[in-house]
Design a protein around this ligand. Structure first.
Ligand SMILES: Nc1ncnc2c1ncn2[C@@H]1O[C@H](COP(=O)(O)OP(=O)(O)OP(=O)(O)O)[C@@H](O)[C@H]1O
Ligand SMILES: [Mg+2]
Length: 235
């Protein structure tokens, strides 16, 4: 459903993404891995027409560049950006109501569905955004994207800055989401990402250096760790 071919994203003299190709098919979770500054966020921003790009990105055969930001959302490309962006003065439930306005009649997740996925949020329906922990904010951000009825869910580092137990809760919910919705998952938490993903691509300085099935990437953990500048990948 998503085809990225020879993607280039540049900011003036900075070449953030160079010649990246990847595919997400219906029913799949694809991980985009890589260290700080690798070009992961730039890739997601291009896929939702937030960044200008060269090369080609098609969603169900339509070029994202011509869909534009609004058209991408309308087509069901729903992005949970880096840093969550929960509305601080709205309650949890009001944040979800804002998300639901983006569904535009596409079949998707009901409020009950997302409260089932994130029981912690059910207890916090009336809490305002500013009073939530980082983990709770991440759950709201994902839940808000789900009620927007994604046809493809784009997640930018959902585990960033969260305690391991919260990361577990978020990924447990995503494991259920994947049976309904394909996901393109950007992560630096490689071990966690590979528990969810079918396959993945490692991006370093804007270029794909390694692509393979999740098992294959886990088996090559020493190589992976060297690309990611980590000591070892434990899964
Ligand atoms: N708006 C911008 N203007 C100029 N350069 C940018 C801009 N956004 C990103 N860059 C540069 O592009 C490169 C890729 O950045 P990007 O944010 O896509 O990486 P990332 O893989 O998401 O990193 P992180 O893991 O830190 O979020 C970096 O060198 C970054 O400094
Ligand atoms: Mg990023």
């Amino acid at each position: 459903m998503l085809e990225v071919r020879d993607l280039e994203v540049t900011y003036g003299p900075v070449r953030a993404v160079r010649g990246l190709s990847l595919t997400v098919n219906d029913g799949e979770v694809v991980a985009l891995l890589g260290p700080n500054g690798a070009g992961k966020t730039s890739t997601l921003r291009a896929i939702t027409a937030l960044a200008t790009y060269a090369g080609s990105i098609t969603f169900d055969g339509r070029e994202v560049r011509s869909l534009g930001v609004e058209g991408c959302a309308k087509a069901g490309l729903i992005h949970v950006p880096e840093g969550r962006h929960v509305f601080p003065t709205l309650t949890v439930h009001e944040n979800l109501q804002v998300g639901a306005t983006a569904a535009r009649g596409r079949p998707g997740y009901s409020f009950d569905d997302v409260y089932d996925l994130f029981p912690a949020l059910d207890r916090l329906r009336n809490r305002e955004g500013w009073g939530l922990s980082g983990g709770e904010q991440q759950m709201v951000a994902v839940a808000r994207a789900l009620v927007a009825a994604p046809r493809l869910l784009l997640l930018d580092e959902p585990s960033l800055g969260l305690a391991p137990i919260v990361v577990k809760a978020v990924f447990a919910a995503l494991a259920e989401v994947r049976s309904r919705t394909p996901i393109l998952l950007v992560e630096q938490n490689t071990a966690q990402a590979l528990t969810l993903a079918d396959h993945g691509t490692v991006l370093v300085q804007g270029q794909a250096v390694l692509t393979g099935g999740a098992d294959e990437l886990s088996d090559r953990s020493a190589v992976l760790a060297s690309y990611l500048g980590q000591k070892e990948i434990v899964s």
